[in-house]
Design a binder for this molecule. Structure first.
Ligand code: PEP
Ligand code: MN
Length: 337
């Protein structure tokens, strides 16, 4: 339920309603708007709760939240969430670009890419240190050394570091070095990980599971929001279909659908979404046209030598051209990049 307070409701009246919500065995989540405050009462439905809250002083009305994802829903919060970290902003007029290699491979590699993507206009640097690989025999990432190299790249460039965390027990270590925690597609429904990542207090980039429905995706985000961490970005990175000309199928309708259902910002990953370097730039441009709030792009100075996902990595010149193309389309849809 959402308790909509009257404009001008006093802090005491708001505190009283919060107490009543707790007394009913529900959790409260206060959203202060420009005109009025609304308080979401979350938890199992309680008989008589609506009537009890409706009689509170300063209360205008009590309305049920119809969506199963309560805190992610536009029913609870209409204004869009903007996630910021250092110079990266995702969800406002400016489209945030996170770019970098699939994996951190060496000091020279990550620093070279960091400087290049920064010059091209990215606000965030991606790079996996803990890599979820399909085969246990593939490169698994540089782990803590990789995190230290990412932190060094932030020192040199000021870029916000985005890197994946794969296990709840790794959250403190990854959070010590990173600015934004990525929860990967394979872990979208790893609920203890979602909670641990949420509790770090850092912004979270949550990737859609390759077989997850929109409802499952939003309910996964809800696990993070429920920890009190509201800085969640949703990332469409392609889904599994019968089609095999691309690594995954990239559904861009997701962007508009999610904008209609949630206030959280939407990032598109055309690198994993297509799995082919030759398709990435055009899909990045299309994502901007579709209203994406952010892009996450794999870039490598020498894709042939990359230790993971080289086949979908853009070279620096192609990345620079992609940025220029995206900028032109961003201007056409009244955004900056
Ligand atoms: C990645 O970002 O390199 C990655 C492994 O992504 P996903 O979880 O979307 O497969
Ligand atoms: Mn990758």
């Amino acid at each position: 339920m959402i308790v909509v307070m009257k404009p001008g409701a006093t802090p005491q009246q708001i505190e009283h309603i919060k107490g009543e919500i707790e007394r009913l065995g529900l959790r409260n989540h206060v959203i202060v708007g420009t005109e009025r405050t609304v308080i979401a009462a979350l938890g199992e439905k309680r008989d008589g709760a609506k009537q009890a809250l409706e009689t509170g002083e300063g209360v205008e009305k009590v309305v049920p939240i119809l969506a199963p994802y309560k805190m992610a829903s536009t029913e609870v919060k209409r204004d869009r969430t903007v996630v910021t970290s250092l110079g990266l902003s995702v969800g406002g007029k400016k489209i945030g670009v996170i770019a970098g290699p699939c994996s951190v491979e060496s000091k020279q590699q990550i620093l070279e890419i960091a400087h290049m993507v920064k010059e091209a206009g990215a606000g965030g640097l991606r790079g996996g240190a803990f890599k979820p690989r399909t085969s246990p025999y593939s490169f698994q990432g540089l782990k803590e050394t990789g995190l230290q190299l990412l932190a060094l790249a932030r020192e040199e460039t000021g870029l916000a570091i985005v890197t994946e965390v794969m296990a709840p027990e790794h959250v403190p270590m990854v959070a010590e070095h990173a600015d934004i925690l990525q929860v990967g597609a394979r872990n979208m429904q790893n609920y203890p990980l979602l909670e641990a990542a949420g509790e770090s207090g850092l912004p979270i980039l949550l990737k859609r599971g390759p077989s997850a429905t929109m409802e499952e995706f939003l309910l996964a985000a809800e696990y993070i929001l429920k920890t009190g961490n509201t800085n969640v970005m949703l990332c469409e990175r392609g889904i599994r279909t019968f089609e095999d000309h691309t690594r995954f199928t990239l559904p861009l309708a997701t962007v508009e659908y999610l904008h209609q259902t949630t206030h959280l910002p939407i990032v598109v990953d055309p690198s994993h979404g297509t799995g082919k370097a030759s398709l990435v730039s055009r899909m990045a441009v299309a994502s901007v046209a579709a209203g994406a709030d952010g892009l996450i792009i794999e870039v490598h100075p020498n894709p042939e030598k990359a230790m993971s996902d080289g086949f979908q990595a853009l070279t620096p010149p192609v990345f620079r051209q992609m940025m220029a193309d995206c900028r032109r389309v961003a201007a056409a849809v009244d955004r900056d990049l």
